[in-house]
Design a protein around this ligand. Sequence first.
Ligand SMILES: [Fe+2]
Length: 275
Amino acid sequence: MGPGVCRDDEGVFPEIGWWELAVSAKLAGMKSNLKAIAPSPDIAARVDAIDWTQATTNLDAQGCAVLKGMLSPEECGDLARLYPDDKNFRSRVVMGRHGFGRGEYKYFSYPLPDPIAGLRPALYAKLCGVANRWNEAMGIDIRYPQNHDAFLKRCHEAGQVRPTPLLLQYGAGDYNCLHQDLYGEHVFPLQVAILLSEPGRDFTGGEFVLTEQRPRMQSRPEVVPLTQGDAVAFAVHHRPVQGTRGFYRVNLRHGVSRLRSGHRHTVGVIFHDAK
Ligand SMILES: [Fe+2]
């Protein structure tokens, strides 16, 4: 996922990576391919089994929460191995060409592969209460429907029809600059990243990093320790923090520190679609 201060080639969105392929011709096909996906019973049970009370507490306190064991090692390997085959993806972004860092990523095409297709609506349903509560605390009028399909319909009606889940690939020396994954008017305020590689065995370095920019204060860094298959849920853009005189907003960015060795794959699950 690329840095937020950069702009796409058309200079429209303060955004992460932008498409390197001409995809406008595919849009009609994408719409017709998009079907409502019900999470498989296995995925739904796995998401249900997470301690969401603790996760919510962590999100409120830190702006992020680790969701342990979201994917099995086999599922991680299967997803990482999709990377070379372009038929799974709609575009590829080489971060160095855009000033986003070093390394590359690809946006999945619809239909999304399992288990991402099932995880996206299942995780959304668990996070939308936090999203609505955060917006209320920040004085933002937007509320999110309980059902991910209903939220995607809102995105698509506003022209945000391109799938945003993505697969990232880092090698030694690669890193991802601090950024925000905003892709248009409609933004779901939380997103999830899943580590597909095993730290220490597959790579060293390459920590997931968050920063919180607080009004009139210095920024706060947070390094999130993950092992293979763990997910981290985190704020896309901003979140409320309780102060002595009510809530104030802090602005979050995320990125990945430099890999010292090896290879690291990650899946990013962003809940809004892109223009
Ligand atoms: Fe990102």
